[in-house]
Design a protein around this ligand. Structure first.
Ligand code: HEC
Length: 615
């Protein structure tokens, strides 16, 4: 089961060696795998369903990522119908790379003896979107970078995550350390100046979140994160020793996708699930997962409270058109990182759609819970009646609820800002609407529609703020026909915080020669942006990272990341789509992750460090 942990310690051989190993693969085995693909996978993966990875896109995956998906990831329900040998054969056949022919990478890129990890200095970038308010904002002092210097940013070093096909969560920084969760199932601690490796700790499941950093009462610096099997972990930063691990949900397809937030001796962790993808199988008994948030003791991992987004456990609801037993209510996963409003004692979460009909009242909602006991203080449901799962992507599969979408989650982390003395929650929704709510009671202050909306956003992963403006990334990609009507307007949209007026907009030119025909189909800004005074950074799905003047919208700097990179740890690495987590800005450096294979996007496994004048 713990394949990911093992593969993480390895890297692929050089291209020449891989080709030799492939040539050695028995042709009969490749033929069998090809037939297996036609029989078990092609119905959904032949290109008929928009944004489900095609046969060609799966070639960009590492074999480890495909295997992980079939064993414990999004395709676990599909993989269950196969033998372990068949899953491995498919992973190798589809990626065109061998699983077994990998070698240990230990040693390459390790820090020399004089560089030691020291997490005790400042924490210049903390967790997902930098702190409890999720503004993804860096002060001028900590940025060490001015708007005038931004045009001179140049690549300093690159680090490759072996065997990964996606870079999901932004790195975080403490003292001289950079902490990175890898989809290969490990936490990496690097020297943030040079990118050399201090330590690597395997977890045995993809690390899907940012490492939330906090100090324990005894003075130790600790990182908190979540994995692909819904377990939360605490890791000591100086040594890489795991202090505790705890599974937070009973459902076997539960997963932690939103990053933890630590506050006052507790860690708050959201729980989501892959059941939404499992439901695509007509013989999957849909659906039984319900979204949750857990509060844990930061020192021990002991549960303090857990609140579900759906009241009561799922019960039998009869049979589907395919004759499969059905259950409900289910869904309202929490895959956005929560925000903390200490002065009001609130934890603010965003929820996704219901998986079953009828939709539940806390789905597609911004919800404020009491930090103390998890009791709901207010619920603002933005889209009532939204029930959807991946069965709908095929044009009404047996498990598709009668509502059939529109799948308008709150996937972007809620952002907390202060406007005229009032504490305000800014929520970006996949509907393409940015909502501003009074944090005290959830009353709507304004809402502005800035994109067409769809199952991949509208606003997908993020909104940033510099305290005066909201910077919202608009993807406007559809998924299996779920996009709302109207014209797509992918790009970056900037709103004033007082009234939600549009100040400027950058329309994504989707200008990526390396991708040719595929470029337009992945136009859009999906990753969370990040800002410093006067500048906003935003990465695009075509792999371009840009810095904009925050007031005029002028492009100050850009770099194409959709290419191969030489890495400090000598791992074969490529950039691809920039998605999910934001760029990270500190001490004259901008760290950017590139590569994100989901939804037929471009795979990659690289962390890039840019700086000015060789700082
Ligand atoms: C019933 C439809 C269906 C079948 C059959 C199916 N898939 Fe998928 N697959 C999907 C959908 C839908 C997604 C996209 C899910 C998402 O990204 O949310 C997906 C995504 C994937 C991904 C990407 C996972 C990720 O983490 O982004 C891989 C790899 C994959 N499928 C492999 C396979 C293989 C191999 C088979 C055959 C054994 C298979 N699938 C069979 C519907 C299907």
């Amino acid at each position: 089961m713990s394949k990911a942990g093992k593969t993480g310690r390895r890297v692929r051989l050089s291209v020449a060696a891989s080709i030799l190993a492939l040539a050695a693969l028995a042709p009969a085995r490749a033929e069998e795998a090809g037939e297996l693909f036609e029989r078990a996978c092609a119905s959904c993966h032949s290109g008929a369903i928009p944004n489900v990875p095609t046969r060609e896109a799966l070639e960009g995956f590492s074999p480890e990522a495909i295997l992980e998906s079939l064993e414990t990831g999004k395709m676990a329900a599909q993989g269950e119908a196969l033998s372990a040998e068949e899953r491995r054969a498919l992973a190798e056949y589809l990626s065109g790379a061998p699983l077994a022919e990998t070698v240990a990478a230990d040693g390459a890129g390790r820090c020399g003896g004089d560089r030691r990890p020291d997490p005790d200095g400042a924490v210049p970038w903390r967790g997902w979107d930098n702190g409890p308010d999720n503004q993804a904002f860096q002060s001028e002092a900590l940025a060490g970078l001015t708007a005038a210097e931004v045009p001179r940013l140049a690549l300093k070093w690159a680090f490759g995550v072996p065997g990964a096909s996606s870079m999901r969560s932004p790195p975080t920084l403490a003292g001289n350390m950079l902490l990175l969760g890898g989809m290969d199932g490990a936490v990496y601690a690097l020297d943030r100046e040079s990118g050399c490796l201090f330590w690597r700790t395997g977890i045995g499941s993809p690390v899907r979140t940012a490492i939330e950093i906090d100090r324990l009462a005894d003075g130790r610096m600790v990182g908190y994160f979540g994995d692909g099997r819904a377990a939360a972990h605490a890791i000591e930063l100086r040594t890489g020793t795991v202090l505790w691990s705890r599974r937070l949900h009973e459902h076997r397809l539960a997963v932690i996708s939103g990053s933890p937030k630590a506050h006052a001796g507790r860690v708050y962790v959201p729980v989501s699930s892959f059941e939404v993808s499992a439901a695509a199988r007509p013989d999957y008994p849909c659906c039984t997962f319900r979204g949750a948030v857990a509060a844990l003791d930061a020192a021990t991992g002991e549960p303090v409270w857990r609140t579900f987004t759906v009241a009561g456990e799922a019960k039998s609801t009869g049979r589907s058109r395919a004759g499969t037993q059905t259950y409900g209510p289910a869904g309202a996963p929490v895959w956005a990182t929560p925000a903390i409003v200490p002065e009001l004692g609130l934890l603010v979460i965003g929820t996704g759609q219901s998986y079953t009909s009828p939709a539940t009242p806390a789905s597609d909602a911004l919800v404020a819970l009491s930090l103390a006991d998890g009791a709901p203080r207010w619920i603002h449901q933005a889209t009532p009646g939204d029930a959807w799962n991946a069965a709908c992507a095929r044009g009404g599969g047996a498990n598709c609820p009668s509502e059939d979408g529109p799948d308008f989650d709150f996937g972007a982390a809620p952002v907390i800002v202060s406007v005229g003395g009032r504490t305000v929650v800014i929520g970006g929704q996949k509907s393409g609407v940015v909502h501003a709510l009074d944090a005290v009671d959830g009353a709507v202050l304004w809402k502005t529609k800035i994109g067409r909306g769809g199952a991949l956003g509208g606003i997908h992963f993020g909104v940033a703020s510099d305290g005066a403006r909201a910077f919202a990334a608009v993807s406007d990609r559809g998924f299996g026909g779920t996009q709302a009507g109207g014209e797509a307007r992918p790009g970056l949209v900037v709103l004033d915080l007082a009234e939600g007026r549009e100040l400027w907009r950058f329309d994504d030119p989707a200008d990526c020669p390396g991708l040719r025909g595929r470029c337009r189909s992945i136009a859009g800004f999906s990753a969370s942006p990040a800002a410093l005074p006067g500048v906003v950074f935003a990465g695009a799905l075509d792999g371009t990272i840009r810095a904009f003047d925050a007031v005029s919208g002028a492009v100050l700097w850009s770099a194409a990341t959709q290419r191969a990179f030489d890495t400090v740890n000598e791992v074969t690495a490529r950039g691809g789509s920039i998605d999910a987590g934001s760029p990270v800005i500190a001490d004259g450096h901008v760290y950017v992750m590139s590569g994100y294979q989901s939804f037929n996007q471009v795979a990659g496994n690289v962390l890039l460090a840019f700086t000015v004048d060789g700082r």
